[in-house]
Design a protein around this ligand. Structure first.
Ligand code: FPP
Length: 246
């Protein structure tokens, strides 16, 4: 039986979040510049998105550029931004063909104008697609997102629009960039690192974590299917006992 046939379609995670890691090491192994790794990372992005649609995953969130990534060498940052613009533009057709709606989270105002424009254009073009929502985390970090939400809530309390005692987890969540998107049930990180790196800290409270040693440019839909199969073998207890669940 193929991997995809082994997956129980009634127990799919609705939302899968991915930390795409290892582009630089992949390129280095081949004696190439880091940018070569990012370019080949795009192939993995395409195959993973198509695999998510094939499987029926409704939300896929990819960590494409963190707040901390701004500290990389200027040339690499510029190359990554160029790659983002060209990929989003070139792949709009792939998104349309697969019924994927593009979305973005993060401090988007810090992105170069060209990048923001391309994002907005493709987000608009794909807005009515319903198979899957692909969210790119760009200039994103969880602490930035949580601090930003806290600030906006504080302003509402100051202006009398909200009472402090009315702040619930749901209200807080609705001020995050991911408002309206269910929390990820599965979080995948490639390249053998076992870290969360400031990614969706609030949202992954109950997510299953899956680590693979594959470097991101080598990741394909079969690897996504393997991660989902592994997820389906786990017992998600949400603080309860096994007996209570059964
Ligand atoms: C991490 O590898 C990867 C990134 C910081 C960039 C991810 C970008 C892409 C896959 C290309 C474009 C993506 C989209 C969504 C259009 P790393 O550079 O940290 O690798 P290393 O840990 O081996 O150095």
């Amino acid at each position: 039986m193929s991997l995809i046939e082994q997956i129980d379609k009634d127990k799919l995670p609705q939302h899968v979040a991915v930390i795409m890691d290892g582009n630089g090491r992949w390129a280095k192994e081949k004696g190439k510049l880091r940018v070569f790794g990012h370019q080949n990372g795009v192939v993995a992005v395409r195959d993973t998105v198509e695999g998510a649609v094939e499987l029926g995953i409704k939300y896929l969130t990819l960590y494409a550029f963190s707040t901390e990534n701004w500290n990389r060498p200027k040339l690499e940052v510029m190359a990554l931004m160029e790659l983002l613009v060209s990929t989003i533009s070139k792949e709009t057709k792939t998104l349309m063909d697969n019924g994927v709606r593009l979305n973005a989270i993060g401090n988007l105002s810090s992105l170069p104008e060209k990048c923001r424009k391309q994002l907005i254009e493709t987000i608009k073009k794909t807005a009515l697609n319903t198979n899957c929502t692909l969210t790119l985390a760009l200039s994103y970090s969880s602490r930035w997102e949580i601090t930003d939400a806290a600030k906006r809530i504080a302003v509402k309390v100051r202006d009398g629009e909200l009472k402090a005692e009315e702040i619930t987890e749901d209200i807080f969540g609705s001020h995050l960039n991911t408002a309206g998107i269910p929390d990820p049930e599965l979080m995948i990180r490639t390249s053998g690192e076992h870290r969360i790196s400031n990614y969706l800290l609030w949202q992954i409270a109950y997510a299953e974590l899956y680590f693979t040693s594959k470097l991101w440019p080598d990741f394909r839909r079969q690897d996504l299917f393997e991660a989902v199969l592994d997820y389906q073998k786990r017992e998600r207890r949400f603080g309860m006992t096994s007996e209570q669940l059964n």
